[in-house]
Design a binder for this molecule. Structure first.
Ligand SMILES: [Mn+2]
Length: 391
């Protein structure tokens, strides 16, 4: 093997405190903790040891919900010291608007105005905390912004409340001079029966209805789109095309299952390959954030293997993408499949009445065009060979 698989700062590999810090309980609390909890500072040290670039947090990953001011200051001091010691940065922060019973029917979209106001307060305090550690991206994952039944909760009202909250927080961002970019993360369901704005595409449509659409983009998560049975890379491409790919959550997942949050590349080699190739080809420069958990079978040595594996697999696919792009035979077949034809140029691009008239009058040989084999079978097998090290 001739290529370097060592994670480096320029790769922008980040993990959440909640990812490698997971104690292995599941979301239904049917299992007890498997690993003893680590302090935020010790999680930073673990990430430093495996070579990560950054660490992200929810407000309550760092500061427990009911911490006293003295406890809060002590935790921040330790955390800051660990960042300094390891050189890790905090590119992203977010709010936990889902783990407290007050959010049983949502946060920003709750029917109860007291809950909505509390959620806003919590988000502002979370933004203060993130800014204190230099975060520039603020993620919103509305885990409980949804319903099990539409009998009393109106999705139109929900969207209105969600919009009002984001508009308020955009103004707060400006008033404090934080310079955050907001990134909305979609998920189709779990923990709610249905979560509003269930896909990245839905989020992209919603963003255009906000007061400050330029401040708001998306944080697509691989597992969440796969839960919905969708092609993740296609969602990411749409976000990129819209100039809205502000952050990305990498992990893995079997299609149409519960939120499995596996190590990046564990399951879906090909989808992961195309995703990495996309990010590298377009020149995405944001964080490659692994929002995933080690198996519940693991001790902290296994957690380190998990974290190293996420980064290693990314770098393997990055190298494979380079090989793909430099594979002359493959590239020739791709070019051939596009059947460049200069005589068609007159029909493309901007509309004109003359062009439309000429195109309407043109005769196409439909059978001849359709009879051409595109050789996708050959290329796809070549990709398999390439990925398996046979090219
Ligand atoms: Mn996520």
């Amino acid at each position: 093997m001739s290529f370097d698989l060592t994670p480096k700062p320029e790769h922008k590999f980040t993990f959440g405190l909640w990812t490698v810090g997971s104690t292995g309980t599941d979301q239904f609390a049917t299992t007890f903790p498997i690993r003893a909890g680590k302090s935020p500072a010790d999680i930073v040290r673990l990430l430093g040891e495996v070579g990560a670039y950054g660490v992200n947090f929810h407000d309550n990953d760092l500061i427990p919900l009911d911490a006293t001011p003295a406890e809060t200051e002590a935790i921040k001091k330790d955390f800051r010291a660990a960042l300094k010691e390891t050189g890790l940065v905090v590119p992203m922060a977010t709010t936990n608007l889902f783990s407290s019973q007050i959010f049983k029917d949502g946060a920003f979209t709750s029917n109860d105005p007291k809950v909505r106001a509390y959620a806003l307060q919590k988000a502002m305090r979370g933004m203060d905390l993130g800014a204190e550690f230099g975060a520039k991206v603020y993620v919103f994952w509305g885990g409980r912004e949804g319903a099990e039944t539409d009998v009393a909760k109106d999705p139109l009202e929900g969207l209105k409340h969600f919009r009002e909250a984001l508009n308020f927080l955009c103004e707060y961002n400006n008033s404090q001079g934080y310079g955050y970019k907001f990134a909305l993360e979609a998920k189709p369901n779990e923990p709610r029966g249905d979560i509003y704005l269930p896909t990245t595409g839905a989020m992209l449509g919603f963003i255009e209805t906000l007061d400050h659409p330029e401040m708001v983009g998306v944080n697509p998560e691989m597992a969440h789109e796969h839960m919905a049975g969708l092609n993740f890379m296609h969602a990411v491409a749409q976000a990129w095309d819209a100039g809205k790919l502000f952050h990305i959550d990498l992990n893995d997942q079997n299609y149409a299952r519960f939120d499995q949050d596996w190590r990046f590349g564990q399951q879906s080699w090909k989808q992961s390959f195309f995703l990495v190739k996309f990010l590298e080809d377009v020149g995405y420069t944001g964080s490659r954030h692994f929002d995933a958990h080690a198996f519940r079978t693991e001790d902290y040595e296994g957690v380190k293997e998990f974290a190293r594996g996420c980064m290693r697999t990314y770098l393997i696919f990055k190298e494979k993408a380079r090989q793909f792009n430099e594979d002359k035979e493959l590239q020739a077949l791709i070019a051939e499949s596009k059947a460049e034809d200069k005589s068609m140029e007159k029909f493309s691009g901007k509309f004109s009445a003359e062009k439309a008239a000429e195109l309407k009058a043109f005769t196409f040989d439909r059978n001849a065009i359709a009879s051409r084999g595109l050789r996708y079978e050959k290329m796809d097998q070549m990709l398999t060979d390439l990925m398996m090290g046979l090219r």
